[in-house]
Design a protein around this ligand. Structure first.
Ligand code: ATP
Ligand code: MG
Length: 411
């Protein structure tokens, strides 16, 4: 086994005291979840303020690294060689051998950083740096030391055993899922909303999602596309409870009763209302949308204000100031882009007006919503009652039979 463990680096700013403990606990939980799918046996442990993944059996290095790279909260993954404590002379040759294995082309500058955590080791950290540096220079004359701007580092920690590592593979950063509560993502089949969900999840929020479906105006393929998007996002977040809401009769009713240039905005207000009702029932503390200033008529500042008015939960719009190009870059990075651009109809595109309002006023919209008074409450209730819940988890989809099941699952 080339590496015996992985040292997990995380950003520590702002997570002192009790928060730090909770943060580390969530991080360890998420790491364990991520490693469940990997071959091998792993132990995740917190040792003197560091998180280690110990590999107790043979494992697939690439698979483990790829899995850890999906865990929010991790900023660096360091593959570690662990050995018994040996006298300095033996440590020198072990360090040189390890360095040689890590770098095949050794025309590079390096620096050693030793931490001696057991004070009875015969030489101190500074002496260790000098001795090990000399050993490497002797073994590989093409290297040189640069203490200010080294190309590579060799870290050595002398504890109850000796730990050595040199590479720091970048992690996704952020905060571990579950450390900031849970939010409800309004997930459409577009490019933006999966990215918005991913960004908020990266700040430690678990995700649920709501999709407004309009059968038969939208096809089964459109729903499948949304499931596929949720599935990709769930690689980072763990299982997502996706609420598939039948929105058809509400859309048709709005179409029948309200001015057509206000359709989108009124429809969006009902989406937000319904998503919020589900959010509150499932302990979500915020809503998330993929809106961005000026992207379409329903996303002018005025339209956003009118949409926002119906919500009492905070609405997170992480893409609000992003250009489409920047959103696309993230969607390619997280792997949702190719699915997002598949052409299946989304419910909004079917009922769009030729000239939607860009400067709605809340009073006018509220007045026109009165036209819906007769039936809208029962329609909203029916939409909630027929909520189809799909648990989407990295390629696996499970349909919950009834709402009771969800409540039983402690949602
Ligand atoms: P996306 O924003 O995901 O690319 P879009 O641009 O087609 O899709 P818009 O019409 O701009 O979506 O809607 C703005 C936001 O409203 C979306 O980002 C999403 O959060 C939410 N939304 C729109 N349509 C739906 C839907 N059918 N189901 C759930 N949420 C939706
Ligand atoms: Mg959009």
């Amino acid at each position: 086994m080339r590496y015996h463990a992985f040292l997990i680096k995380y950003a520590e700013i702002g997570i002192k005291g009790k928060n730090r403990y909770l943060f580390e606990e969530k991080l360890c939980d998420q790491i364990k979840l991520a490693l469940k799918r990997c071959e091998g046996k792993f132990r995740v442990a917190r040792t003197s303020g560091r998180v280690f993944v110990y590999c107790d059996e043979e494992y697939d290095y690439d698979e483990v690294v790829e899995s850890l790279q999906l865990v929010f909260g991790i900023v660096g993954i360091c593959p570690v060689r662990i050995m018994d404590v040996v006298p300095p002379a033996e440590l020198k040759s072990a360090a040189a051998a390890f360095f040689g294995e890590e770098y095949k082309d050794r025309h590079l500058s390096f620096k050693i950083h030793t931490r001696r955590l057991v004070k009875n080791y015969p030489i101190d950290s500074m002496e260790c740096n000098a001795e090990l540096g000399e050993a490497i220079l002797t073994a590989y004359p093409e290297t040189h030391v640069d203490v200010h701007n080294p190309e590579v580092m060799l870290y050595v920690e002398i504890r109850e055993r000796i730990y050595m590592y040199s590479h720091i593979i970048p992690g996704p950063g952020g905060l571990p899922i579950g450390s900031s509560g849970k939010a409800m993502l309004l997930l459409s089949g577009g490019i933006d909303s999966p990215v918005a969900g991913w960004m908020v999840a990266k700040r430690g929020m678990k995700l649920d999602a709501t999709y407004f479906n309009a059968p038969p105006y939208t096809s089964e393929r459109a729903l499948q596309k949304v499931i596929d998007l949720a599935s990709i996002v769930s690689r980072y977040t763990g299982p997502i409870y996706l609420h598939n809401i039948n929105f058809t009769e509400i859309q048709l009713y709005i179409y029948e009763k309200c001015p057509h240039d206000e359709l989108t905005i009124i429809m969006r207000r009902y989406m937000m209302r319904i998503a919020e009702m589900i959010a509150k029932r499932t302990s979500c503390e915020a809503l998330i949308t993929g809106e961005s200033i000026g992207q379409v008529a329903s996303q002018t500042t005025r339209s956003l204000a009118v949409t926002n008015e119906v919500c009492t939960l905070p609405v997170f719009r992480p893409l609000i100031a992003f250009d489409k190009e920047d959103i696309i870059t993230i969607s390619k990075k997280i792997g949702t882009f190719d699915t997002s651009i598949l052409p299946y109809e989304d419910c909004c595109t079917i009922f769009v007006a030729k000239h939607p309002v860009t400067k709605p006023t809340a009073e006018v919209i509220r007045r026109h919503e009165q036209n819906l008074n007769e039936k809208i409450d029962e329609m909203v209730q029916r939409a909630l009652d027929t909520d189809e819940i799909l648990v989407v988890d990295r390629g696996h989809v499970r349909r919950l039979k009834a709402r009771e099941d969800m409540l039983q699952e402690g949602q």
